[in-house]
Design a protein around this ligand. Structure first.
Ligand code: DQQ
Length: 596
């Protein structure tokens, strides 16, 4: 590789670490395409099996050759849709290069959200107002049952000047919605004076009230404030901006806003985006461009004033997250078939860009779809993998009433665990020995987990799972809980529960990005009980603590714990006994088609 090549790779790596997905580097792409591809240190067997993942060359014949041996940049940020018995997944996709750019809406369909069939892209640049990119957006069901897609188009080559377009299915009787037309009245929303035209994107699913549609567009006001502008329309053609934004906070740019009603009573039943009433609360989620994570608040929506107010006045500082790991630009959609709201986010690779190019498969993959609903406390959401994933459960092993002594670990044998679904209920005999929380770390789960990782002995915990572990113990990813007594001088007596994923030992391969991920779990553990579910899929570890109160998705790339060599243990690194009341691990089958 020449000097230019080395500079290109260094820049690509920097871009990946900085998450700078909006920088289009044509010259780098050209260089990347011609440079010698370095050998990958990531084993192809780490490609996921039951998560949705497009394979290189899966797309239509026209682009087939060009995408050979290069990374496909995809994200789930385009809202899914249910139509005539089919779930439609649209996602941001780069058919041409190893860096972000040339964005189109790729399209896959499924009957069950698990088995996916790839179709040709739904929306590609073809008109003046999307010539330089078809960015994220959302689908809305019109009153007559026709879906409409609103998406951001980039219409200038020099800067990312953003406008909003609409597209409709060409043939409404086609349940696969293979062809989409862009009417001549596009673009339908353009940034007027006072709006930052290069930070104006990602229209939400529209909702309807009083004969008018409304939707949000994410933006940046001034240099500091994330903002969600409200636009109104009677006919889905002519849109006018409501003077006041729906909401705004000093967080930096808001990408991919999502705004939806949830049942205030905390039942699992989902609500259509247009539902309102006294028994309804609202969720506003934004994706933070600066920090590359999604945070949300729960609050009330005043339809007359077009204002949203979070219940927790500090909600915009607290940053409750759907997921404390690798999960961004998520979207929800209402599934009328099963009356539930489903959340989907993307998780990018955390190896290097050079590795992605060398291994030739997707840079970004999909999390398992999650049903999302309000916790009965009203303070946060709960998430749980959609029930359909359980159809992939195969052979299983169960452990019952097994006490794990301090320092002990117990292996689950008799099944392959490189792809598994594990559900476990723990019971701690006594919380008396819990460590006192360091006040300096009390508000920062991530730093706390960094300081008190999986191998640091505690009072109560760390206890949990070692997944994707090698027989010699050199490789393992720990998913665990640790219980603290609250820091003195605040917080009452309630024990503080930390949930972590610690991948620092996940791979002997050098140069892996292996951050610990962590979140607090707002649960009452006074009875000593807490549950964990972890979905393992070769290089994905996706965990749900306390029935989905705290979730963490992590990407790991073992060098030894691959395929049949991957092991699963339950461990206790604390000083107190921990009982596994029940643990069941299922080996997961491969879907017939997972997008590839
Ligand atoms: N990615 C899209 C944008 C969105 C961002 C472009 C989120 O529309 O804001 O590919 O990662």
């Amino acid at each position: 590789m020449g000097a230019l090549g080395r500079v290109a790779w260094a820049l690509l790596l920097l871009l990946q670490l900085a998450g700078a997905s909006h920088v289009v580097l044509e010259s780098l792409e050209a260089e990347a395409a011609t440079a010698a591809v370095p050998p990958s240190i990531v084993n192809p067997l780490l490609r996921t099996g039951y998560h949705f993942q497009p394979r290189k060359n899966w797309i239509n014949a026209m682009t087939e050759k060009k995408i050979e041996n290069i990374d496909l940049t995809v994200s789930s940020e385009n809202s899914p849709l249910y139509y005539k018995g089919w779930y439609h997944l649209f996602y941001q996709y780069n058919p041409k290069g190893a860096v972000w750019g040339n964005i189109v809406w790729a399209h896959s369909v499924s009957r069950d959200l698990i088995n996916w069939m790839a179709l040709k892209p739904a929306i590609e640049p073809s008109i003046a107002s999307d010539k330089y990119g078809c960015w994220s957006g959302s689908a809305t069901m019109m009153a007559d049952g026709t879906p409409a897609i609103m998406y951001t188009g980039v219409n200038r080559p020099d800067v990312n000047y953003q406008v909003q377009n609409v597209a409709y299915p060409r043939n409404k009787s086609d349940p696969l919605l293979r062809d989409w037309d862009k009417p001549g009245h596009n673009p339908i929303i353009v940034p007027k004076a006072g709006i930052n035209a290069t930070q104006f994107r990602d229209p939400t699913t529209a909702w309807r009230a009083g004969g008018q549609w409304r939707l949000l567009i994410g933006s940046l006001a001034g240099s500091t404030h994330g903002v969600a502008y409200v636009y109104k329309s009677r006919d889905f053609k002519k849109w006018t901006r409501v003077q006041q934004p729906l909401h705004s906070a000093a967080t930096g740019m808001w990408e991919c806003p999502d705004f939806y009603p949830v049942e205030a009573a905390g039942r699992r039943k989902g609500l259509d985006t247009s539902v309102s009433g006294p028994k309804v609360k609202y969720v506003l989620k934004n994706s933070l461009d600066l920090r590359r994570y999604d945070y949300y608040t729960v609050g009330t929506y005043d339809r007359k004033a077009e204002r949203y107010v979070p219940d927790d006045p500090a909600g915009d500082e607290r940053h409750l997250r759907y997921d404390y790991g690798n999960f961004y630009a998520s979207k929800t959609f209402y599934d009328p078939a099963k009356r539930r709201r489903i959340l989907w986010g993307w998780a990018n690779e955390s190896d290097t860009s050079a590795d992605d190019v060398a291994k030739g498969w997707a840079g970004i993959q999909q999390a398992i779809p999650r049903t999302v609903w309000l916790d009965p406390s009203g303070k946060q959401l709960l998430q749980w993998p959609i029930e359909e994933v359980e159809a992939l459960r195969g052979k299983s092993v169960t452990l019952k009433d097994k006490v794990i002594k301090p320092g002990q670990h117990v292996e689950l044998t008799g099944l392959q665990t490189a792809q598994a679904d594990v559900e476990v209920s723990f019971e701690v005999g006594s919380l008396a020995g819990a460590e006192r929380l360091d006040p300096a770390l009390a508000g920062d789960a991530q730093r706390l987990c960094g300081a008190r990782g999986a191998d640091v002995e505690g009072g109560v915990g760390p206890f949990g799972l070692w997944v994707l572990a090698s027989a010699d113990g050199h490789e393992r990813t720990a998913v665990f809980f640790r219980v603290f007594r609250p820091a003195s001088g605040g917080g009452g007596d309630k024990p503080v529960v930390l949930m972590c994923t610690d991948p620092t030992k996940s791979s002997l391969n050098p140069n892996m990005y292996q951050p610990t991920f962590a979140g607090f779990v707002d649960t009452d553990i006074s009875d000593g009980k807490i549950s964990l579910r972890t979905l393992i899929d070769r290089s994905v570890v996706e965990s749900f603590g306390a029935g989905g109160k705290t979730c963490i998705l992590s990407r790991v790339y073992p060098s030894l714990a691959i395929g049949k060599n991957a092991r699963l243990y339950v461990f206790n690194g604390g000083k107190a006994d921990v009982k596994v009341s029940r643990l069941t691990a299922w080996q997961m089958k491969k879907p017939l088609m997972n997008g590839a």
